[in-house]
Design a protein around this ligand. Sequence first.
Ligand SMILES: C[S@@+](CC[C@H](N)C(=O)[O-])C[C@H]1O[C@@H](n2cnc3c(N)ncnc32)[C@H](O)[C@@H]1O
Length: 287
Amino acid sequence: MQEFGGSSTWEKLERVGRYLSAYQIALKNQSFRKIYIDPFAGTGYWTPKVARDQLHLALSERIEIAKGSALRALEVEPPFDRYIFIEKKPGNFSALQKNISLKFPNLLNRIEFINADANHALIHLCRSVDWNENRAVTFLDPFGMQVDWATLSAIAGTHSVDVWYLFPSHMGVARTVTHNPQVPPHFRKALDRIYGTTDWEDYFYRVSSQGLLFVEDAPSVERVATLQRIESYTRLRLESIFKGGVAKKAVPMDRDGRNMYLLFFAVGNPKPAARELALRLANNILE
Ligand SMILES: C[S@@+](CC[C@H](N)C(=O)[O-])C[C@H]1O[C@@H](n2cnc3c(N)ncnc32)[C@H](O)[C@@H]1O
């Protein structure tokens, strides 16, 4: 099963799942405790679009494919010492609790469920966990522009958390950087919040003198927010806080041939052995 319904959802889950397995195997003899944090945990399952040529799949195979990030993390061997699942929407939260309790009763004593906003919960966690004794991996999997820069800064500041970030390149940024350079205030606010700065404006717009015939003509401002520029600016921003580095490649996640998200990987730990290991594992998966 290489692909399911042409789904990039399945692909991102596979990639992150492979990292979690590789991480747990590589670090199994380390004395620190390992935590998996899923701040946009959903219900435990997603709804795959079944492509015609996959209709032959047995129900069990379809259920296998439909497992979301939380269930996949709980299957990793050896298991994490602690799992933290955060979900804001009450209906999704209770479904998540139910699905996990049914499937993983043996791991319940390691699991915390938090029904809250991911940003608040993550900032609180970053402050309250003893990062001398713990390491973590988190998978930021929002629908849109829900991850605040302040949250990423708090995560990076622990120097102990590896991050997979499904960045909303099109499903957020490209739509918000309007063709008209007079970006509406609420879009501006959303961009400031996701990037933690107003510099995006210098990167995504350029003063153009093309077509100017007279010195008194006002230069026009043109939008240059291509996918490549969104990717390189986002990488620069992440590199400014994740001292362990950011994987060179971000995987484009497409729908109907159009880029929707970019899957980034960033490392909090600046120590050479830790960062080299994390980047090596992730680079294999991002290829
Ligand atoms: C793309 S889905 C996540 C899917 C999940 N990772 C999986 O693999 O099944 C995003 C989830 O985040 C939740 N959500 C949206 N905004 C949130 C926020 N600010 N804090 C916490 N959860 C949020 C949504 O209710 C939704 O369940």
